[in-house]
Design a protein around this ligand. Structure first.
Ligand code: NAD
Length: 287
């Protein structure tokens, strides 16, 4: 039987723990607060922010959203980020990406104050991972992937892992974190030749491309030995949410596979909440 690597058995207990931690902070007079800046009307960004807001409220944290217009000036954008960084009531903050063209040459993730960088995209997190250390704020999707791997007793040391996609938010950080855990990592991307050669020769495949169902049966062995982790979320031709892997066709030939939706997505959100609570706890201890 193929194992379906669902988020729910992990997210349920984690939510209960985070609620309890938020209560304890409240008793000390601290309500963990997340603030998000969103620029423009990107529909996917609005959906993601809405999910984060709901999760914040469910756990007992405050959430503030600042919406800036698509044509916001650089000056106003930068001053709002600075205000967010300096506001002592805010424990964790970020700018929801992407930003419109007039802001694209700004290194947005580096603007966030290090002690509030709950997305884990800032310089301190990158340097830590590069040096072989787990950062205080681990980027949320890689943190969710590692949690899934740990909870399902999937061995990493000495295993061959192929990561498809080399973005700063998924592909690059997860490849470093896996190497730090003893995996032999192959990075694939849009210019990789013979992708199948890499995917078929791996124990674990992690895909973060964003192309619906582009990984087919031929990309994998059919001996139920491989573990597939699908980060991709996009819409297929019929408008349904789909991952990078053709789940229905592939699932019976592999050892374990994540569903989309219900796999890495919810783990990413709960990881963000963990980072927020950790940020608030750290501040409460005056560290
Ligand atoms: P991205 O969109 O920045 O880049 C996509 C990557 O895919 C690039 O590195 C590119 O080289 C690679 N690529 C493109 N075509 C390819 C091909 N034919 N073969 C191999 N590689 C190819 O990456 P991203 O921001 O990491 O997002 C990737 C996907 O993951 C998107 O669908 C996004 O929505 C999703 N995502 C999901 C979560 C989650 O919580 N589940 C979090 C972040 C991103």
């Amino acid at each position: 039987m193929t194992t379906i690597l669902s988020a729910q058995p992990i997210v349920g207990p984690k939510t209960a723990i985070l609620k309890e931690k938020a209560q304890r902070l409240k008793a000390l007079g601290i309500i963990p607060k997340m603030r998000v800046i969103i620029v423009g009307e990107n529909p996917a960004s609005l959906v993601y922010v809405n999910i984060k807001e709901k999760t914040c409220k469910k756990i007992g944290c405050d959430f503030e959203l600042l919406r800036l217009p698509e044509d916001v000036t650089r000056e106003l954008f930068l001053s709002e980020v600075q205000k967010m960084n300096e506001d002592p009531s805010v424990h964790g903050c970020f700018v929801q990406l992407p930003v419109p063209p007039q802001l694209r040459d700004i290194d947005v993730t580096s603007l966030i104050a290090a002690q509030k960088d709950i997305d884990g995209f800032g310089v301190q997190s990158i340097v830590d991972m590069y040096k072989g250390k787990d950062p205080f704020f681990m980027p949320c999707t890689p943190k969710g992937i590692l949690e899934l791997i740990k909870n399902n007793d999937i061995e990493l040391s000495g295993k061959n892992v192929t990561v498809i996609g080399r973005s700063l938010i998924v592909g690059k950080p997860i490849s470093l974190l896996l190497q730090n855990r003893g995996a032999t990592v192959t990075m694939c991307h849009s210019q990789t030749k013979n992708l199948e050669e890499h995917t078929r020769n791996s124990d674990i495949i992690i895909s973060a491309v964003g192309s619906p169902k582009f990984l087919k049966q031929t990309h994998f062995k059919d001996n139920k030995s491989q573990v597939l982790i699908d980060v991709g979320i996009s819409r297929d031709q019929s408008g349904m949410l789909a991952g990078d892997i053709d789940f229905e066709k592939v699932k019976d030939q592999v050892k374990a596979i994540t569903p989309v939706p219900g796999g890495i997505g919810p783990l990413t959100v709960i990881s963000l909440m963990e980072n927020l609570i950790n940020a608030a706890e750290k501040i409460s201890k005056g560290k």
